[in-house]
Design a binder for this molecule. Structure first.
Ligand SMILES: Cc1cc2nc3c(=O)[nH]c(=O)nc-3n(C[C@H](O)[C@H](O)[C@H](O)COP(=O)(O)O)c2cc1C
Length: 196
């Protein structure tokens, strides 16, 4: 229960951390939309208490990577029916193909998870046949760790710094909504309750 808007960032963190931990959590796979208006479902892989690095994984060749490079504005949208909470988290995205965050994320990814990044065709590229363009030898089995090495080149992390929290909880009294904003990660949050 959120009694004051001061408690909201910590509550958002708590809900997102639960979503990261459980693939059954409704916010485990929120919608991530870019400033170009395109949107897609992505698995939320990590969150920090400062809400400065919501972590997603992506193929570095995917169209959203180029789009977010041009316009880093991003919205992460999720709805948890159990809690009756919608979260619209707006902020800025950065893509990291190298560095500690990408290296650690790759290291923590299973060989089956890594296999996606071995696809021969980039996401969205036209194909004569349906399905993934995995190398034939790996199409139906788990690759070895050594076999996944080539996938590292196609792997990137998408990190979102949240600058606006728009939080709505439905209830029988018409709902409760708050909007908080900050100028940059680490800066104080401003805002408060708004009409739902
Ligand atoms: C449940 C679910 C989870 C997904 N998780 C991811 C993910 O973690 N990362 C990702 O890049 N795409 C993920 N996708 C695929 C994207 O929704 C999207 O189809 C793909 O990334 C291409 O997006 P783009 O053309 O906007 O780059 C997921 C799709 C579904 C249905």
């Amino acid at each position: 229960m959120v009694e004051t808007t001061d408690a909201l960032p910590a509550e958002v963190y708590r809900q997102l951390a639960a979503a990261v931990a459980s693939r059954r959590h409704a916010m485990h796979a929120p919608v991530v939309a870019g400033g170009d208006g395109d949107a897609r479902v992505m698995v939320l892989r990590g969150v920090d208490p400062a809400l400065a690095a919501l972590r997603f994984h992506t193929d570095a060749r995917a169209p959203k990577v180029a789009a977010l490079g041009v316009d880093p504005r991003v919205t992460v949208l999720g709805y948890d029916p159990a809690a009756r909470v919608q979260m619209r988290l707006k902020g800025v995205a950065r893509i990291e193909r190298e560095g500690d965050a990408a290296d650690a994320a790759w290291a923590a990814t299973s060989t089956m998870g890594r296999r996606c990044y071995l696809a021969l065709r980039a996401p969205g590229v036209a194909a004569a046949t349906p399905g993934a363009s995995l190398p034939e030898a790996l199409a139906a089995r788990r690759p070895t760790t050594a076999e996944t090495a080539a996938g590292r080149l196609n792997f990137a992390v998408l990190l979102v710094s949240v600058l606006t929290i728009d939080w709505l909880r439905l209830d029988s009294r018409g709902g409760t909504r708050a909007v908080l904003q900050r100028a940059e990660p680490g800066a104080p949050w401003h805002g408060g309750w708004v009409a739902p």
